[in-house]
Design a protein around this ligand. Sequence first.
Ligand code: TRH
Length: 362
Amino acid sequence: MRADIFCRVVDNYGDIGVCWRLARRLQTGRQWQIRLWVDDLGAFSRLQPEVDPAAPRQHVQGIDILRWDEHAGLPPGEVVIEAFACDPPAAFVQAMRHSQPPPVWINLEYLSAEDWVESCHGLPSRRPDGLIKHFFFPGFTPATGGLIREPGLSAARDALQADRSAQNAFLQTLGVRRQQPDSRTLTLFCYPNAPYRALAGALSRAPTLLIVPQGVAPGLEAAAGAALQIARIPFVSQPDFDRLLWCADVNFVRGEDSFVRAAWAARPLVWQIYPQQDDIHLDKLQAWLARYPAPAAGHRLMQAWNAPAEGTDWPATLDAALHGPDGTAWQHAAREWDAAFASRPDLGDALADFCADLIKTR
Ligand code: TRH
């Protein structure tokens, strides 16, 4: 199968993060030949340092990567995946119209836990020019397209989580050395509006290693106390980012892709949802919390993290969520939640099967 994936980088790393992960998932898992079209390679080259931000076309890890303004004359593959309604170039769409039969056209949507996703997943939409797009929704229930999860992930994660010295060796490759061998370990990847200074203050009460990518949470160090070791790390590749999340007891993550990857760490995660106008993201957060089996104290921590209220007692909120009976319950729940997804088809296989069925029946 030859597939074209189109990615427009709106902001941050989520758009290209998801597209790159999907490209590799389909290529390694299903042996699809992938062309990945990206409008801006800057963010991509941070995520994957082999990517040359100036090259119009390049091969990286078996994926053909093209700047989408440069090669719109190429004939489309059997499948075209448009990520997040990014609107492929007009010349390419015209070539799709002239292909016989036209490619299967998928619009891969953003992740949401809202109920309506189930009824829209897989629906076709006929365009005025006769081409048909199908909407493919990632999601948390079996009636959606699921979430990307590579085969072998659970075994690789369990091996690292079972071996503290392997974790320390990995962290040292990032320049991180635990000052106190038994300190709890957290990662922090958040938007600038997160109440991260309050978090640092609260974490300072017990021996803690907090690992933070450079550029995230500026000024965090000023709020830290003696027990808190803050380790700044460079931006790492996606496989190393997974390993980092696996090393932590709790991961503070954001957006779409790092959020899913933290779930696969099978440890408590605190999600900062991508902020939207008029706070509509808070409804989406609520929809996800209704599906996420953390105890009430964990939900309260997540609500405070996303919509900080005046006078929040951060040390108490954090302690209630991460320690004592609720902390233990959250650890179990995170493991069970991960195991439930591990036993279902992931988004890569679901999407490949969905396309194969459409090709068979057209
Ligand atoms: O960067 P983000 O905030 O991206 C956001 C969201 O996707 C949001 O939903 C979307 O609307 C917006 O972009 C346009 O967060 P996200 O989704 O977690 O993407 C970060 C990616 O970067 C993810 O693939 C993980 C990766 N990453 C690394 O590979 N190495 C790193 O060191 C770090 C910090 C992240």
